[in-house]
Design a protein around this ligand. Structure first.
Ligand SMILES: Cc1ncc(COP(=O)(O)O)c(C=O)c1O
Length: 453
């Protein structure tokens, strides 16, 4: 049945034009380790872990077994008023791993739901604390936090928001730490932290008594792996404390080993009031997200007659929680965080070696999460016109990289970037294949770009 099915007729692929889907709808049918195979039997190196998700790699039978066993024992029961064993065990494990007093886990079906939940929890928390005016949320330009209306309001990418306006009011944006193009510090030896101070400026402008929470990723994905400058997180935490605003670390991509630590905030040494997570918690073998919540935030709910007024049918799904536990077993047994820490420098140096290609402007990132920002000219850091970017990314790089058997992301929600985020089991063989494929395809792209000018 599968071999005959036509992917262009009834399935609606996400963030994909139906026109593109009609022309090309590659269908992946199998995965093993860092590789996936399409329905024509072609092999691809999964340089994006699906979507920053498949941390332990594809084809892990023990995760499938965990799902099967849980489905056969108790496939489903709602977490509305009932606990289930895998969810309790998972919450215990996460509380032990999470930084500081983030001792409670609220499980959701996805990352966007986790963000939505954190927005709602921050609002209800402030109502219970007697500060009902604190409803506004702050996030960064370009950042992606999900697609439901609340999460989309936090998202700072106008091109995916405007058709849904008006969105949630009171979603304020602040500067992204983007040193490569920062008008303030790109020519200085160090960042001035004006990007962090922008949070204080916005809180002052909005009125501190109206601001509920700040949402940020440890390393921002959209725009290309923006690593926080030295001192950034300490300053943001200090500002949030000063104004009594909650700090939510959106770790939907950054948690579960991406930077060699179980949480991105542990890598960068700051204490959030909440962490949102998803993706790598199950390595994608079953959908699950959630929010780790500090004692300070759960405290007013502990003896109150009110519940947190949030819930989803598939929240804390027993099968997904069982898969997450099996996934964390793999992390422990194979010391995946240790593997990332031991290999990240080699990965970075191979990608850095592409800097001799004139299109390569910047290489940045951390752990198993790197981005290459493309430029028209390295010295002036020249940017592409929309038509040039469109040709480069959509007509050239995306199809050529795919044809060369490398799945990664060529993205222009900011300046054109190529994002890499391989499964955490990747090593020398995969790094070398990624680097050589990128060298071939970027060298070609560079030549064609210059002939077109
Ligand atoms: C930082 C961040 N937050 C939230 C989300 C939304 O997660 P989901 O796609 O599971 O709803 C994403 C998705 O990529 C993300 O990268």
């Amino acid at each position: 049945m599968l071999a005959d099915s036509d992917p262009t007729e009834h399935l609606w692929m996400h963030f994909t034009t139906l026109r593109a889907q009609r022309d090309v709808a590659p269908m992946m049918v199998r995965g093993e380790g860092c590789y996936v195979w399409d329905s024509d039997g072609r092999r691809y190196l999964d340089g994006l872990s699906g979507l920053f998700t498949v941390q332990v790699g594809h084809g892990r039978v023990e995760l499938a077994d965990a799902a099967r066993e849980q489905a056969a024992t108790l496939a489903y029961f709602p977490v509305w008023g009932f606990a289930n064993e895998p969810a309790v065990a998972l919450a215990d494990r996460l509380a032990a791993m999470a930084p500081g007093d983030l001792n409670r886990a609220f499980f959701t079906p996805s990352g966007g739901d986790a963000v939505e939940t954190a927005i709602k929890l921050s609002r209800q928390y402030w109502k219970l604390r007697g500060e009902p005016m604190r409803t506004k949320v702050i996030s960064r330009y370009l950042a992606y936090h999900g697609t439901s209306i609340g999460a989309l309001s936090l998202t700072g990418v106008p091109s995916i928001k405007s058709v849904f306006e008006p969105l949630m009011p009171g979603a304020i944006k602040v500067q992204t730490p983007y040193r490569y193009r920062c008008g303030d510090c790109m020519h200085l030896d160090a960042c001035t932290l004006r990007c962090a101070d922008d949070v204080a400026l916005r809180i002052e402008m909005e009125g501190p008594e109206t601001v509920a929470a700040v949402f940020m990723e440890p390393v921002q994905n959209t725009g290309g792996a923006f690593v926080p400058p030295e001192g950034y997180w300490a300053r943001v935490r200090e500002i949030c404390d000063h104004y009594g605003v909650l700090l939510v670390s959106d770790e939907v991509i950054s948690a579960f080993g991406r930077f060699g630590h179980m949480f991105g905030s542990l890598r960068y040494g700051y204490q959030p009031d909440m962490i949102t997570f998803a993706k790598g918690i199950t390595s994608g073998y079953s959908p699950l997200g959630g929010v780790m919540v500090s004692d300070r935030i759960s405290e007013p709910f502990v003896d109150a007659p009110v519940a947190f007024l949030q819930g989803q049918t598939f929240g804390a799904h027993p099968v997904s929680c069982a898969v997450a536990n099996a996934n964390l077993d793999v992390f422990e047994r194979e010391d995946l965080c240790g593997h990332v820490l031991a290999n990240q420098d080699r990965f970075k140096s191979l990608i850095e070696s592409l800097r001799d290609i004139p299109l390569v402007g910047d290489v940045r990132g951390d752990g198993y999460f790197l981005a290459i920002e493309l430029v028209t000219d390295q010295v002036s850091r020249g940017t592409f016109s929309p038509e040039q970017a469109d040709w480069l990314l959509r007509d050239h790089l995306s199809p050529r990289l795919f044809a060369a058997g490398l799945i990664c992301r060529a993205d222009d929600r900011g300046e054109p970037v190529i994002t890499l985020s391989p499964p955490l089991i990747a090593g020398e063989e995969e790094f070398a294949l990624i680097a050589s494929t990128l060298r071939d395809v970027l060298t070609d792209a560079d030549r064609e770009f210059r002939t077109r000018q």
